[in-house]
Design a protein around this ligand. Structure first.
Ligand code: RNT
Ligand code: ZN
Length: 417
Protein backbone atom coordinates (compact mmCIF):
# COMPACT_ATOMS: atom_id res chain seq x y z
CA UNK A 1 0.00 0.00 0.00
CA UNK A 2 1.14 3.53 -0.68
CA UNK A 3 2.27 5.51 2.33
CA UNK A 4 0.57 8.75 1.33
CA UNK A 5 -2.70 6.87 0.80
CA UNK A 6 -2.51 5.38 4.27
CA UNK A 7 -1.80 8.80 5.78
CA UNK A 8 -4.61 10.52 3.90
CA UNK A 9 -7.17 7.84 4.76
CA UNK A 10 -6.07 7.87 8.37
CA UNK A 11 -6.62 11.64 8.62
CA UNK A 12 -10.23 11.20 7.56
CA UNK A 13 -10.73 8.18 9.80
CA UNK A 14 -9.32 10.10 12.76
CA UNK A 15 -11.85 12.88 12.22
CA UNK A 16 -14.74 10.47 11.85
CA UNK A 17 -13.86 8.61 15.03
CA UNK A 18 -13.36 11.91 16.85
CA UNK A 19 -16.99 12.73 16.07
CA UNK A 20 -17.87 9.66 18.12
CA UNK A 21 -15.60 10.79 20.93
CA UNK A 22 -12.81 8.35 20.10
CA UNK A 23 -9.15 9.28 19.97
CA UNK A 24 -7.60 7.01 17.33
CA UNK A 25 -4.04 7.99 18.27
CA UNK A 26 -4.68 6.90 21.81
CA UNK A 27 -6.16 3.62 20.57
CA UNK A 28 -3.01 3.00 18.52
CA UNK A 29 -0.80 3.76 21.51
CA UNK A 30 -2.73 1.28 23.59
CA UNK A 31 -2.60 -1.40 20.90
CA UNK A 32 1.14 -0.91 20.69
CA UNK A 33 1.44 -2.12 24.27
CA UNK A 34 -0.75 -5.21 23.89
CA UNK A 35 1.51 -8.23 23.76
CA UNK A 36 0.50 -11.47 22.11
CA UNK A 37 1.84 -14.75 23.39
CA UNK A 38 2.79 -16.62 20.22
CA UNK A 39 2.42 -20.40 20.53
CA UNK A 40 5.66 -21.95 19.28
CA UNK A 41 3.85 -25.16 18.33
CA UNK A 42 2.26 -23.72 15.18
CA UNK A 43 5.70 -23.92 13.52
CA UNK A 44 6.00 -27.72 13.63
CA UNK A 45 2.56 -29.23 14.28
CA UNK A 46 3.13 -29.69 18.05
CA UNK A 47 6.05 -32.06 17.46
CA UNK A 48 8.77 -30.56 19.65
CA UNK A 49 12.28 -31.93 20.05
CA UNK A 50 11.99 -34.62 22.65
CA UNK A 51 11.14 -37.53 20.37
CA UNK A 52 9.74 -38.26 16.95
CA UNK A 53 6.73 -40.00 18.53
CA UNK A 54 3.13 -39.39 17.58
CA UNK A 55 1.01 -36.58 18.98
CA UNK A 56 -1.27 -37.95 21.73
CA UNK A 57 -3.45 -36.49 24.49
CA UNK A 58 -6.58 -36.07 22.43
CA UNK A 59 -5.26 -33.26 20.22
CA UNK A 60 -4.75 -33.51 16.50
CA UNK A 61 -3.05 -31.56 13.76
CA UNK A 62 -4.38 -31.96 10.26
CA UNK A 63 -2.62 -31.18 7.02
CA UNK A 64 0.70 -31.92 5.47
CA UNK A 65 1.73 -28.61 3.94
CA UNK A 66 5.45 -28.66 3.18
CA UNK A 67 7.94 -26.58 5.13
CA UNK A 68 7.36 -27.28 8.78
CA UNK A 69 10.21 -26.42 11.13
CA UNK A 70 12.50 -29.42 11.74
CA UNK A 71 14.76 -28.10 14.47
CA UNK A 72 15.05 -25.33 17.03
CA UNK A 73 16.86 -22.98 14.66
CA UNK A 74 14.02 -23.27 12.17
CA UNK A 75 11.38 -22.71 14.85
CA UNK A 76 13.24 -19.59 15.92
CA UNK A 77 13.72 -18.33 12.39
CA UNK A 78 10.00 -18.79 11.72
CA UNK A 79 9.06 -16.95 14.89
CA UNK A 80 11.36 -14.07 14.01
CA UNK A 81 9.72 -13.91 10.58
CA UNK A 82 6.27 -13.85 12.17
CA UNK A 83 7.28 -11.04 14.53
CA UNK A 84 8.66 -9.03 11.62
CA UNK A 85 5.12 -8.88 10.24
CA UNK A 86 3.49 -7.81 13.50
CA UNK A 87 3.36 -4.40 15.12
CA UNK A 88 4.24 -4.19 18.80
CA UNK A 89 6.49 -6.42 20.89
CA UNK A 90 5.45 -9.90 21.81
CA UNK A 91 6.02 -13.10 23.76
CA UNK A 92 6.77 -16.65 22.73
CA UNK A 93 4.88 -19.45 24.43
CA UNK A 94 6.99 -22.60 24.75
CA UNK A 95 6.10 -26.17 25.63
CA UNK A 96 8.45 -28.37 27.61
CA UNK A 97 9.03 -30.62 24.59
CA UNK A 98 10.72 -27.68 22.82
CA UNK A 99 13.74 -27.76 25.15
CA UNK A 100 17.29 -27.97 23.87
CA UNK A 101 18.12 -31.54 24.79
CA UNK A 102 21.23 -31.77 22.63
CA UNK A 103 20.25 -35.13 21.16
CA UNK A 104 20.14 -36.73 24.62
CA UNK A 105 17.13 -38.42 26.16
CA UNK A 106 15.95 -36.07 28.86
CA UNK A 107 12.81 -37.46 30.41
CA UNK A 108 10.03 -35.19 31.58
CA UNK A 109 11.01 -35.72 35.20
CA UNK A 110 14.58 -34.67 34.49
CA UNK A 111 14.10 -31.40 32.63
CA UNK A 112 15.95 -28.35 33.95
CA UNK A 113 16.27 -24.61 33.32
CA UNK A 114 19.55 -25.31 31.48
CA UNK A 115 17.54 -26.94 28.68
CA UNK A 116 15.88 -23.58 28.08
CA UNK A 117 18.86 -21.28 28.51
CA UNK A 118 19.24 -21.07 24.74
CA UNK A 119 15.64 -19.96 24.44
CA UNK A 120 16.08 -17.35 27.15
CA UNK A 121 19.19 -15.95 25.45
CA UNK A 122 17.45 -15.96 22.09
CA UNK A 123 14.42 -14.19 23.56
CA UNK A 124 16.64 -11.54 25.09
CA UNK A 125 18.46 -10.94 21.81
CA UNK A 126 15.17 -10.56 19.99
CA UNK A 127 13.40 -8.37 22.54
CA UNK A 128 10.86 -11.09 23.31
CA UNK A 129 9.42 -12.38 26.59
CA UNK A 130 8.65 -16.03 27.29
CA UNK A 131 5.67 -18.02 28.56
CA UNK A 132 5.76 -21.72 29.32
CA UNK A 133 3.72 -24.94 29.42
CA UNK A 134 4.29 -28.36 30.93
CA UNK A 135 3.67 -31.19 28.46
CA UNK A 136 1.44 -34.08 29.49
CA UNK A 137 0.95 -35.56 26.02
CA UNK A 138 3.07 -37.55 23.54
CA UNK A 139 4.87 -39.61 26.20
CA UNK A 140 4.77 -43.32 27.11
CA UNK A 141 3.25 -42.39 30.51
CA UNK A 142 0.64 -40.01 29.06
CA UNK A 143 -2.14 -42.64 28.97
CA UNK A 144 -5.50 -41.14 29.71
CA UNK A 145 -4.66 -39.93 33.24
CA UNK A 146 -1.58 -38.03 34.39
CA UNK A 147 -1.92 -35.76 37.44
CA UNK A 148 -5.20 -37.46 38.35
CA UNK A 149 -3.88 -41.01 38.00
CA UNK A 150 -4.73 -43.30 40.95
CA UNK A 151 -1.37 -45.00 40.35
CA UNK A 152 0.93 -43.05 42.64
CA UNK A 153 4.07 -43.73 40.61
CA UNK A 154 2.56 -42.33 37.41
CA UNK A 155 1.03 -39.39 39.23
CA UNK A 156 4.29 -38.55 41.00
CA UNK A 157 6.14 -38.61 37.70
CA UNK A 158 3.81 -35.92 36.35
CA UNK A 159 3.88 -33.92 39.58
CA UNK A 160 7.66 -33.88 39.38
CA UNK A 161 7.46 -32.82 35.72
CA UNK A 162 5.10 -29.97 36.49
CA UNK A 163 7.14 -28.77 39.45
CA UNK A 164 10.26 -28.71 37.31
CA UNK A 165 8.41 -26.79 34.61
CA UNK A 166 7.37 -24.16 37.13
CA UNK A 167 11.01 -23.77 38.15
CA UNK A 168 11.95 -23.32 34.50
CA UNK A 169 9.18 -20.75 34.03
CA UNK A 170 10.45 -18.87 37.06
CA UNK A 171 13.95 -18.80 35.60
CA UNK A 172 12.60 -17.47 32.30
CA UNK A 173 10.71 -14.73 34.12
CA UNK A 174 13.70 -13.86 36.30
CA UNK A 175 16.20 -13.57 33.48
CA UNK A 176 13.85 -11.72 31.15
CA UNK A 177 12.62 -9.47 33.94
CA UNK A 178 8.98 -10.13 33.15
CA UNK A 179 6.69 -12.69 34.81
CA UNK A 180 6.50 -15.87 32.78
CA UNK A 181 2.94 -17.16 32.46
CA UNK A 182 3.01 -20.87 33.17
CA UNK A 183 0.02 -22.75 31.79
CA UNK A 184 -1.12 -26.08 33.08
CA UNK A 185 -3.22 -28.10 30.69
CA UNK A 186 -3.42 -31.87 31.04
CA UNK A 187 -5.52 -34.09 28.84
CA UNK A 188 -6.75 -36.28 31.72
CA UNK A 189 -10.06 -37.91 30.94
CA UNK A 190 -11.88 -41.04 29.87
CA UNK A 191 -13.15 -42.32 26.58
CA UNK A 192 -16.10 -44.15 28.13
CA UNK A 193 -18.80 -43.59 30.70
CA UNK A 194 -16.98 -42.76 33.89
CA UNK A 195 -17.99 -43.76 37.40
CA UNK A 196 -15.02 -42.48 39.41
CA UNK A 197 -15.36 -38.79 38.57
CA UNK A 198 -15.08 -37.73 42.19
CA UNK A 199 -12.01 -39.89 42.70
CA UNK A 200 -10.09 -38.54 39.70
CA UNK A 201 -10.99 -34.96 40.49
CA UNK A 202 -10.06 -35.24 44.13
CA UNK A 203 -6.70 -36.75 43.17
CA UNK A 204 -6.23 -33.95 40.68
CA UNK A 205 -6.96 -31.34 43.31
CA UNK A 206 -4.42 -32.92 45.64
CA UNK A 207 -1.79 -33.03 42.89
CA UNK A 208 -2.36 -29.35 42.13
CA UNK A 209 -2.12 -28.44 45.80
CA UNK A 210 1.19 -30.27 45.98
CA UNK A 211 2.50 -28.61 42.83
CA UNK A 212 1.56 -25.10 43.95
CA UNK A 213 3.02 -25.45 47.43
CA UNK A 214 6.23 -23.88 46.19
CA UNK A 215 5.89 -20.16 45.54
CA UNK A 216 7.89 -18.57 42.75
CA UNK A 217 8.40 -14.84 42.33
CA UNK A 218 8.92 -14.56 38.58
CA UNK A 219 6.13 -16.68 37.18
CA UNK A 220 2.34 -16.82 37.33
CA UNK A 221 0.18 -19.93 37.21
CA UNK A 222 -2.79 -20.43 34.98
CA UNK A 223 -4.99 -23.49 34.45
CA UNK A 224 -6.76 -24.49 31.24
CA UNK A 225 -9.99 -26.45 31.09
CA UNK A 226 -11.52 -28.33 28.21
CA UNK A 227 -14.76 -30.07 27.26
CA UNK A 228 -13.31 -33.19 25.68
CA UNK A 229 -10.40 -34.58 23.68
CA UNK A 230 -10.30 -37.04 20.81
CA UNK A 231 -10.49 -40.49 22.39
CA UNK A 232 -11.41 -38.86 25.69
CA UNK A 233 -14.98 -37.95 24.89
CA UNK A 234 -16.90 -39.08 27.97
CA UNK A 235 -15.13 -37.26 30.77
CA UNK A 236 -12.55 -34.52 31.31
CA UNK A 237 -11.05 -34.22 34.78
CA UNK A 238 -10.09 -30.56 34.27
CA UNK A 239 -13.48 -29.27 33.26
CA UNK A 240 -14.40 -25.61 33.23
CA UNK A 241 -16.19 -25.88 36.59
CA UNK A 242 -13.27 -27.70 38.16
CA UNK A 243 -10.64 -25.14 37.22
CA UNK A 244 -12.81 -22.06 37.66
CA UNK A 245 -13.54 -23.15 41.21
CA UNK A 246 -9.92 -24.10 41.81
CA UNK A 247 -8.62 -20.79 40.48
CA UNK A 248 -11.14 -18.76 42.47
CA UNK A 249 -10.24 -20.58 45.66
CA UNK A 250 -6.48 -20.44 45.07
CA UNK A 251 -6.12 -17.06 43.43
CA UNK A 252 -4.86 -18.53 40.15
CA UNK A 253 -5.26 -17.33 36.59
CA UNK A 254 -7.97 -18.97 34.47
CA UNK A 255 -6.97 -19.93 30.95
CA UNK A 256 -9.80 -19.65 28.46
CA UNK A 257 -9.12 -21.52 25.24
CA UNK A 258 -11.84 -20.41 22.85
CA UNK A 259 -12.00 -23.93 21.41
CA UNK A 260 -12.74 -25.52 24.77
CA UNK A 261 -16.39 -24.71 25.25
CA UNK A 262 -19.71 -25.90 23.94
CA UNK A 263 -20.29 -24.50 20.45
CA UNK A 264 -22.98 -22.02 21.49
CA UNK A 265 -21.18 -20.74 24.57
CA UNK A 266 -19.94 -17.16 24.26
CA UNK A 267 -16.41 -17.04 25.64
CA UNK A 268 -16.41 -13.23 25.77
CA UNK A 269 -19.23 -13.39 28.30
CA UNK A 270 -16.94 -15.19 30.75
CA UNK A 271 -14.47 -12.32 31.10
CA UNK A 272 -16.41 -10.19 33.58
CA UNK A 273 -17.49 -13.17 35.70
CA UNK A 274 -14.00 -14.54 36.05
CA UNK A 275 -12.34 -11.19 36.70
CA UNK A 276 -14.60 -10.62 39.70
CA UNK A 277 -13.22 -13.73 41.38
CA UNK A 278 -9.81 -14.47 39.88
CA UNK A 279 -6.84 -12.16 39.48
CA UNK A 280 -6.27 -12.47 35.74
CA UNK A 281 -7.18 -14.37 32.59
CA UNK A 282 -4.95 -16.07 30.07
CA UNK A 283 -6.42 -16.59 26.62
CA UNK A 284 -5.76 -19.24 24.03
CA UNK A 285 -7.42 -17.64 21.05
CA UNK A 286 -8.35 -20.28 18.52
CA UNK A 287 -11.18 -21.02 16.10
CA UNK A 288 -13.16 -24.15 16.78
CA UNK A 289 -15.08 -25.42 13.81
CA UNK A 290 -17.70 -27.96 14.95
CA UNK A 291 -15.19 -29.23 17.51
CA UNK A 292 -11.91 -28.04 19.06
CA UNK A 293 -10.45 -28.10 15.57
CA UNK A 294 -7.84 -25.39 16.16
CA UNK A 295 -8.47 -23.58 12.89
CA UNK A 296 -6.57 -20.35 12.31
CA UNK A 297 -7.95 -17.48 14.36
CA UNK A 298 -9.89 -14.91 12.34
CA UNK A 299 -11.47 -11.57 13.15
CA UNK A 300 -14.80 -13.35 13.38
CA UNK A 301 -17.71 -12.63 15.64
CA UNK A 302 -16.47 -14.65 18.58
CA UNK A 303 -12.94 -13.20 18.52
CA UNK A 304 -14.42 -9.72 18.26
CA UNK A 305 -16.86 -10.35 21.08
CA UNK A 306 -14.04 -11.58 23.27
CA UNK A 307 -11.65 -8.71 22.54
CA UNK A 308 -14.37 -6.09 22.75
CA UNK A 309 -15.47 -7.48 26.08
CA UNK A 310 -11.91 -7.08 27.39
CA UNK A 311 -11.79 -3.43 26.33
CA UNK A 312 -15.31 -2.77 27.64
CA UNK A 313 -14.22 -4.16 31.00
CA UNK A 314 -11.11 -1.99 30.83
CA UNK A 315 -9.22 -5.21 31.50
CA UNK A 316 -6.35 -5.20 29.01
CA UNK A 317 -3.93 -5.20 31.94
CA UNK A 318 -5.54 -8.29 33.49
CA UNK A 319 -5.92 -10.42 30.37
CA UNK A 320 -2.97 -12.10 28.70
CA UNK A 321 -3.66 -12.80 25.06
CA UNK A 322 -2.15 -16.00 23.72
CA UNK A 323 -2.89 -17.85 20.53
CA UNK A 324 -3.48 -21.58 20.27
CA UNK A 325 -4.24 -23.22 16.96
CA UNK A 326 -2.37 -25.62 14.77
CA UNK A 327 -3.05 -25.76 11.10
CA UNK A 328 -0.70 -27.88 9.03
CA UNK A 329 -2.77 -27.58 5.88
CA UNK A 330 -1.62 -24.13 4.74
CA UNK A 331 1.62 -22.16 4.95
CA UNK A 332 2.28 -22.33 8.68
CA UNK A 333 3.89 -18.90 8.92
CA UNK A 334 1.00 -17.45 6.99
CA UNK A 335 -1.39 -19.14 9.41
CA UNK A 336 0.46 -17.55 12.31
CA UNK A 337 0.36 -14.08 10.86
CA UNK A 338 -3.30 -14.25 9.88
CA UNK A 339 -4.28 -15.28 13.41
CA UNK A 340 -2.00 -12.83 15.18
CA UNK A 341 -3.07 -9.90 13.06
CA UNK A 342 -6.73 -10.91 13.36
CA UNK A 343 -6.38 -10.85 17.14
CA UNK A 344 -4.69 -7.44 17.11
CA UNK A 345 -7.36 -6.12 14.77
CA UNK A 346 -10.06 -7.41 17.09
CA UNK A 347 -8.45 -5.62 20.03
CA UNK A 348 -8.26 -2.46 17.93
CA UNK A 349 -11.95 -2.78 17.09
CA UNK A 350 -12.58 -2.89 20.81
CA UNK A 351 -10.43 0.18 21.39
CA UNK A 352 -12.34 2.07 18.71
CA UNK A 353 -15.76 1.27 20.12
CA UNK A 354 -17.65 4.30 21.50
CA UNK A 355 -18.05 2.52 24.83
CA UNK A 356 -18.79 5.59 26.95
CA UNK A 357 -21.66 6.64 24.68
CA UNK A 358 -23.04 3.11 24.39
CA UNK A 359 -22.89 2.64 28.12
CA UNK A 360 -24.73 5.90 28.74
CA UNK A 361 -27.42 4.96 26.21
CA UNK A 362 -27.90 1.58 27.87
CA UNK A 363 -28.08 3.03 31.37
CA UNK A 364 -30.72 5.52 30.28
CA UNK A 365 -32.79 2.92 28.46
CA UNK A 366 -32.23 4.41 25.02
CA UNK A 367 -31.91 0.96 23.59
CA UNK A 368 -32.84 1.70 20.00
CA UNK A 369 -30.10 4.32 19.92
CA UNK A 370 -27.59 1.95 21.45
CA UNK A 371 -28.29 -0.78 18.94
CA UNK A 372 -28.21 1.66 16.03
CA UNK A 373 -24.87 3.09 17.11
CA UNK A 374 -23.37 -0.36 17.59
CA UNK A 375 -24.53 -1.30 14.13
CA UNK A 376 -23.15 1.88 12.54
CA UNK A 377 -19.83 1.42 14.37
CA UNK A 378 -19.28 -1.64 12.22
CA UNK A 379 -19.15 0.55 9.12
CA UNK A 380 -16.58 2.95 10.54
CA UNK A 381 -13.21 3.13 8.71
CA UNK A 382 -11.44 0.82 11.09
CA UNK A 383 -9.15 -0.54 8.34
CA UNK A 384 -7.60 2.90 7.86
CA UNK A 385 -6.63 3.01 11.52
CA UNK A 386 -5.25 -0.53 11.29
CA UNK A 387 -3.14 0.41 8.29
CA UNK A 388 -1.73 3.35 10.22
CA UNK A 389 -0.76 0.93 12.99
CA UNK A 390 1.16 -1.06 10.38
CA UNK A 391 2.78 2.04 8.91
CA UNK A 392 3.89 3.34 12.31
CA UNK A 393 5.38 -0.07 13.04
CA UNK A 394 7.07 -0.20 9.69
CA UNK A 395 5.41 -3.50 8.77
CA UNK A 396 3.37 -4.33 5.65
CA UNK A 397 -0.09 -2.76 5.71
CA UNK A 398 -3.22 -4.43 4.38
CA UNK A 399 -2.61 -7.54 2.33
CA UNK A 400 1.01 -6.59 1.60
CA UNK A 401 2.21 -9.21 4.08
CA UNK A 402 1.09 -11.99 1.71
CA UNK A 403 4.03 -11.41 -0.58
CA UNK A 404 6.42 -11.39 2.39
CA UNK A 405 5.18 -14.85 3.35
CA UNK A 406 5.49 -15.99 -0.26
CA UNK A 407 9.05 -14.75 -0.37
CA UNK A 408 9.94 -16.52 2.89
CA UNK A 409 8.38 -19.69 1.50
CA UNK A 410 10.35 -19.46 -1.74
CA UNK A 411 13.62 -18.69 0.02
CA UNK A 412 13.30 -20.76 3.17
CA UNK A 413 10.44 -23.09 4.07
CA UNK A 414 10.02 -24.67 0.62
CA UNK A 415 13.64 -25.84 0.87
CA UNK A 416 12.89 -27.94 3.95
CA UNK A 417 12.39 -31.55 2.92
C1 RNT B 1 -5.30 -28.57 24.06
C2 RNT B 1 -5.02 -27.26 24.70
C3 RNT B 1 -3.58 -26.94 24.92
C4 RNT B 1 -2.72 -27.32 23.74
C5 RNT B 1 -1.29 -26.90 23.85
C6 RNT B 1 -0.43 -27.58 22.84
O1 RNT B 1 -6.60 -28.74 23.71
O2 RNT B 1 -5.62 -26.26 23.96
O3 RNT B 1 -3.44 -25.61 25.24
O4 RNT B 1 -3.23 -26.81 22.56
O5 RNT B 1 -0.88 -27.10 25.12
ZN1 ZN C 1 -5.15 -24.23 24.54
Amino acid sequence: MKENQIIKSYEIARERYAELGIDTDKALETLQKVQLSLHCWQTDDVQGFESAGELTGGIQVNGNYPGKARNIDEVRADLVKVCSLLGGSHRVNLHEIYGEFGGKKVDRNEVEPAHFQGWIDWAKENGLKLDFNSTSFSHPLSGSLTLSNPDKAVRDFWIEHTQRCRTIANEMGRQLDDSCIFNLWVHDGQKEMTVNRMLYRSIMKESLDTIYKVEHKHMKDCLESKVFGIGLEAFTVGSNDFYTAYCAQNNKIVTLDTGHFHPTEVVGDKVSSILLFCPEIMLHVSRPMRWDSDHVTLMDESTLELCMEITRCGALDRVHIGLDYFDGSINRIGAYVIGARATQKSVLRGLLEPVATLSELELTNRNFQKLALMEEAKAMPFGDVWNMFCLRNNIPAGHDFIKEIERYEAETTSKRQ
